[in-house]
Structure formats: structure tokens, C-alpha cells
Design a protein around this ligand. Structure first.
Ligand SMILES: Nc1ncnc2c1ncn2[C@@H]1O[C@H](COP(=O)(O)OP(=O)(O)O)[C@@H](O)[C@H]1O
Ligand SMILES: [Mg+2]
Length: 196
């Protein structure tokens, strides 16, 4: 299980000043389920996942991963986590110790159809094996097909969360893309439908 508790990360950039890459984010991922973090480029997906994998330290808040605190016991967390950010990493370290928690950062980015299917098949297999799975994507169809729970992140904030059915109900839209736009940029929601 993964439990993010007020997870936050601020960066200091000479040009941009303080960047709240991840801003007080809380969510829970259950074993045997896939949690999908959906967000545009720069939304804070990678930073969130890197904190869960103990690659980055939170500025505030923490996360409990497989019973261990990422700040207090990073080495215990690391022993139980597989982190995959590209397809190539799949064949190196992720599979070696068969960890109960799997973190995939945009695992299918830039891959062709068949390779993507191999990766999504592997993600599903992790779920069938009872692992706790979290993955990030900006591809709506992937979120629609793979996730048991979807979290929509924008500007470091978790703006919406639920099963696809719950989100459809709440935002009165069927299409995840429409739901996503309603959540992150309500002023643009349905503009395509209106224009046509
Ligand atoms: N090391 C860093 N230094 C400064 N800013 C960063 C750093 N890493 C990420 N950011 C900024 O934090 C925000 C979130 O980035 P990131 O987590 O990579 O988003 P995503 O993975 O959703 O594209 C962006 O504005 C990004 O430019
Ligand atoms: Mg990223």
C-alpha cells in the first residue's frame, strides 16, 4: 500500500523563483489495484513518483510505502519498490527483486503500439499478482483502460480523484478527456463540442 500524506516539494529556480512542484498531495493506493496519476507536462507527476520511490526527499509531508516512511526509513522503502521510468529500465533492475510496490513514470512515453501493449500487459500482471501499482500518464485512453483509481494533478495539486465511474458521475461526462478538461481548465470544457 502507498499512502501519500500532504506530500510537497518546492524547488528554487533562479529564473522562475519558488516552484511548488507538488503541493500538499494526499492519496492512497491499494494492493491489487492500479492508481493512475493523470496530468499534463509539468503537473508534478514525476516529482510525486520520485518522492514515493525515495529518489527525492519531500519538502513537507511524507508517504508511507509498504509500511515504511519515505523520510524516516528510505532504505526499507527502496527494498520494496520497483521504479520504472522508461521501457528500457524494465529489463534492468525493476524485475530483479520482484518488489510488492511498482511505480511507473509515463512508462509508455514514445513507445510504439506493440511495445506499449507489452508494458500495459506487465502493469496488469503486477495488479493480478497483488502488487500495489501507481503509474503516471498524460494519455487519457491509458488512464481509462488501466486505472482502478484516477487522480488528476495540475500545478502540483491533486484536483480530482475517484474511479472512472465516480468521475463520470461527478462531472457528468463520459469521456475521460472531457472530465480532465473540466477539472484542469473548466473555462475550456466542451469548447470543441460547441465549436463544431
Ligand atoms: N529539479 C528541478 N528544479 C526546478 N524545477 C523543477 C525540477 N524538477 C521539476 N521541476 C518543476 O516542477 C514542476 C513539476 O515537474 P514534474 O514533476 O517533472 O512534472 P511532470 O512529470 O508532471 O511533467 C515543473 O514546473 C517542473 O519544471
Ligand atoms: Mg514527468
Amino acid at each position: 500500500m502507498i499512502e501519500a500524506r500532504g506530500l510537497s516539494k518546492r524547488f528554487h529556480d533562479k529564473k522562475r523563483g519558488e516552484i511548488r512542484a507538488v503541493d500538499n498531495v494526499s492519496f492512497t493506493c491499494q494492493p491489487g489495484k492500479i492508481y493512475g496519476l493523470l496530468g499534463a507536462n509539468g503537473a508534478g507527476k514525476t516529482t510525486t513518483l520520485r518522492m514515493l520511490a525515495t529518489i527525492l526527499e519531500p519538502t513537507d509531508g511524507t508517504a508511507i510505502v509498504y509500511g515504511h516512511d519515505v523520510v524516516e526509513q528510505p532504505e526499507k522503502v527502496r527494498a520494496n519498490v520497483g521504479f520504472l521510468s522508461t521501457a528500457t529500465a524494465l529489463y534492468a533492475r525493476t524485475l530483479v527483486h520482484d518488489p510488492p510496490v511498482m511505480i511507473f513514470d509515463e512508462p509508455t512515453g514514445g513507445l510504439d503500439v506493440m511495445t506499449t501493449r507489452t508494458i500495459t500487459g506487465f502493469i496488469r500482471e503486477c495488479r493480478s499478482n497483488g502488487k500495489t501499482v501507481i503509474f503516471s500518464t498524460h494519455i487519457m485512453s491509458e488512464g481509462e483502460k488501466l486505472c482502478d483509481t484516477i487522480g488528476i494533478i495540475q500545478d502540483g495539486k491533486l484536483l480530482a480523484e475517484g474511479t472512472l465511474a465516480q468521475l463520470r458521475d461527478k462531472y457528468a461526462e463520459h469521456d475521460l478527456e472531457e472530465i480532465f478538461v473540466k477539472v484542469v481548465a473548466p473555462q475550456f470544457a466542451n469548447s470543441e463540442a460547441k465549436a463544431s
